[in-house]
Ligand binder design. Structure first.
Ligand SMILES: C[S@@+](CC[C@H](N)C(=O)[O-])C[C@H]1O[C@@H](n2cnc3c(N)ncnc32)[C@H](O)[C@@H]1O
Length: 288
């Protein structure tokens, strides 16, 4: 709509661009940000371990309760997994330490490792030594553990199961084993981001993945582990993966974890090279 003539100043209309620009500028300025509470994974997880109701928000927005109660007791499937832990065992992502405590009761030697202080504290309160560390960072006893335990879907930590299995292998002595819980066959997922939610506030995202029982053989092979056993108890799946009891081949040292290479595109056929003309004899090089 055209602007009206300003009778006091016929030189401009009521929709004078200068005035309009100022108004538009004011309208375009976003409102001051409402400070959103920041919640770390660690804070949310700590609250859960201390008894608060915490939810997991999956990649598609689906919400489920963080199953903290299941980390407080040991059932038949857990016992079956623990029966395969031999020698000194490192429990990666130990949570509040139920598996380590039960293993210690069975006479095993175990170290819990978890990134969350509260998990480490609760594990120690159960009488099990524990360290606050990232499972992908340096750990004591590298290359000397008898067993690595990855219980309750912990193969998903970090969203790169192959990297985690390679990490587990590097922790093991020759002949050692990874005892790893899996998801049901056919449930493997690509890595995804999840969040924890406490009192309506979502945590920063963390990366996770699911590995189905049918996918573990291939994964183990790529991590240079041998699938010894695949079993299920009460609907929960687990595998025992062995580090072979022989020296690593010298031409294949442990490779650092690296992302899978994307498939290479097919190379275009190269055009035939034209025949090279005979080269003239080169003159001998003068002595220096
Ligand atoms: C699903 S809970 C499993 C608890 C325990 N394994 C059990 O079965 O009772 C996952 C645990 O892994 C820990 N975690 C996640 N990422 C980790 C990391 N990068 N390094 C060490 N622990 C980690 C979490 O703090 C949490 O305690």
């Amino acid at each position: 709509m055209p602007g009206h003539l300003d009778v006091h100043d016929p030189g401009r209309t009521t929709e004078d661009p200068v005035h309009l620009q100022a108004a538009e500028r004011r309208a375009a300025v976003p409102p001051p940000p409402v400070p959103r509470p920041r919640l770390s994974f660690t804070d949310a997880f700590t609250a859960a371990l201390r008894g608060s109701a915490v939810e997991v928000v999956g990649p598609d927005g689906q919400v489920s309760a963080l199953p903290v109660q299941s980390w407080r007791r040991v059932d038949a499937a857990d016992e079956a997994m623990l029966a395969h832990c031999v020698g000194p065992t490192v429990d990666l992502g130990c949570g509040p330490g139920r598996m380590g405590a039960r293993l210690a009761e069975r006479g095993g030697h175990v170290l819990g490792v978890d990134v969350v202080d509260e998990a480490v504290l609760q594990t120690r309160q159960r009488g099990v030594p524990a360290l606050r560390r990232d499972v992908l960072g340096p750990l004591p006893g590298e290359g000397r553990w008898g067993s690595v335990l990855l219980a309750d879907g912990n193969l998903g930590i970090g969203g790169d199961p192959l990297a985690l299995l390679r990490r587990a292998r590097a922790l093991l002595a020759r002949g050692g084993r990874v005892v790893v819980e899996l998801d049901a066959p056919g449930t493997a997922t690509p890595p995804f981001w999840s969040r924890l939610r406490l009192d309506g506030v979502e945590s920063r995202p963390f990366r996770w993945a699911l590995v189905g029982a049918d996918a573990v053989g291939d994964l183990a092979r790529r991590a240079r582990l041998e699938l010894g056993l695949l079993d299920h108890v009460d609907g929960r799946w687990f595998a025992v993966l062995h580090r072979p009891d022989r020296p690593d081949r010298p031409d294949r040292p442990d490779r650092p974890d690296r992302p899978d290479r994307p498939d290479r595109p097919d190379r275009p056929d190269r055009p035939d090279r034209p025949d090279r003309p005979d080269r003239p004899d080169r003159p001998g090089r003068p002595g220096r």
